[in-house]
Design a protein around this ligand. Structure first.
Ligand SMILES: *Cc1c(COP(=O)(O)O)cnc(C)c1O
Length: 367
């Protein structure tokens, strides 16, 4: 592979000595569940997100599930989700026994279209669950306004948006609870699974903290039926190292995205559009083309790794057959699944790699 989609090994190698020192510190401490390393990361992550509280969890899906449980969402409730998202957003809703109610994206940003949310709200709607997809913040103000007016909670899926800004404020405390994943490929990624929630509400932070540890505050005293979903202190130590480099790594992603946007502006591809109130962090650089499959094949033959986020929309997955939805019910999500292509992007990508991708796309477009 000349240009891999993402080189996780290169990320580790860049910080190897710092990361190895941090891991050794945890190993030497003799403290392997929760404890000071997790608490230190939680404090640093909350501060970075301009939020009052952070709670470290085992992964991003659990963050979404425990956020919904903390808000007492359950059977009979409905949660508004994007039709265009990673299936984890929907699975969290199903996991608590509630029903995902999809809303189509704004075709320009690929994020949930606030203007279409009202029509999907019913008396059973408990939560609006926007996703900051591809690292682009969703349009939060109209979403928050709608939620406040109708007394509905807002949970944000920020698994792709570490450090993104909405109207100059960090994603992390707009809604009631914000959910994070530290899966290795995310912008802030651990060397294994990890997740967290951030919130400005002490009551919700407390609920999630109790839920993640068997529903227990005091050992062997169980207040609620909790789960085991604790952030691993070794991963917390790794994340503390990487957090110090996050802004620099985001700047590199912005540079790569800028180079793509400049060089591909006449390529015929539909390029990402950034509203003026958004500072995205380019978790993914997603282009659109009706000739997507041919373009992907051409790039693959040229040794360039691309991915499709996502090839089958959630409403067409077998997992959601029981909802009885057809392709035509959410045509925008279905069309995106047929047309989107994610180009290589990552903090260790070299300027020459960008040139190779740009040249091959130009060549591919003229074939
Ligand atoms: C990665 C991701 C998740 C799930 O995170 P995990 O840590 O893999 O459980 C949820 N939502 C979105 C949008 C994601 O990209």
């Amino acid at each position: 592979m000349k240009v891999p989609f993402l080189d996780l090994g290169a990320s580790y190698r860049e910080l190897k000595s710092e990361i190895d020192t941090a891991i050794s510190r945890v190993l030497d401490s003799g403290w392997y569940i929760l404890g000071p390393e997790v608490e230190a990361f939680e404090a640093e992550w909350a501060e970075y997100c301009e939020s009052n509280h952070a709670v470290g969890l085992a992964n991003g899906l659990d963050a979404l599930i425990l956020a919904l449980r903390a808000l007492a969402v359950g059977p009979g409730d409905e949660v508004i989700v994007p039709s265009n998202t990673y299936i984890a957003t929907w699975l969290a809703v199903s996991a608590v026994g509630a029903t995902p109610v999809p809303v189509e994206p704004d075709p320009a940003t690929h994020n949930i279209d606030p203007d279409r949310i009202s029509a999907a709200i019913t008396p059973r709607t408990k939560v609006l669950l926007p996703v900051h997809l591809y690292g682009q913040p969703a349009d939060m103000d109209p979403i928050l306004k709608l939620a406040r007016k109708q007394n509905i909670a807002v949970v944000e899926d920020a698994a792709q948006a570490h450090g993104a800004l909405y109207k100059n404020k960090r994603i992390g405390g707009h809604g009631d609870i914000v959910c994070w994943s530290f899966y290795p490929g995310k912008n802030l990624g651990a060397l294994g699974d990890g997740g967290a929630i951030t919130t400005n509400r002490a009551d919700l932070a407390d609920k999630v903290q109790v839920l993640r540890n068997y529903g227990s505050r005091v050992k062997y005293v169980n207040e609620v039926q909790g789960v085991n979903s604790r952030l691993d202190p070794i991963q917390a130590a790794v994340l503390r190292v990487k957090l110090k480099h996050l802004d620099e790594w985001t700047d590199r992603r912005r540079m790569i995205a800028g180079a793509y946007s400049e060089n591909l502006k006449d390529s015929g591809l539909i390029l990402p559009r950034v509203p003026d109130w958004a500072d995205p962090v380019w978790h993914l650089y997603v282009v659109r083309s009706p000739e997507r499959d041919a373009l992907q094949k051409h790039l693959e033959e040229a040794g360039i790794g691309t991915l499709i986020h996502y090839p089958i929309p959630a409403h067409m997955q077998d997992a959601y057959k029981s909802l009885g939805m057809a392709d035509a019910d959410f045509p925008l999500a279905s069309q995106l699944a047929d047309e989107v292509l994610s180009l290589p992007i990552g903090p260790q990508m070299l300027p020459n790699d960008i040139t190779i991708v740009n040249n091959q796309i130009t060549l591919g477009a003229s074939l």
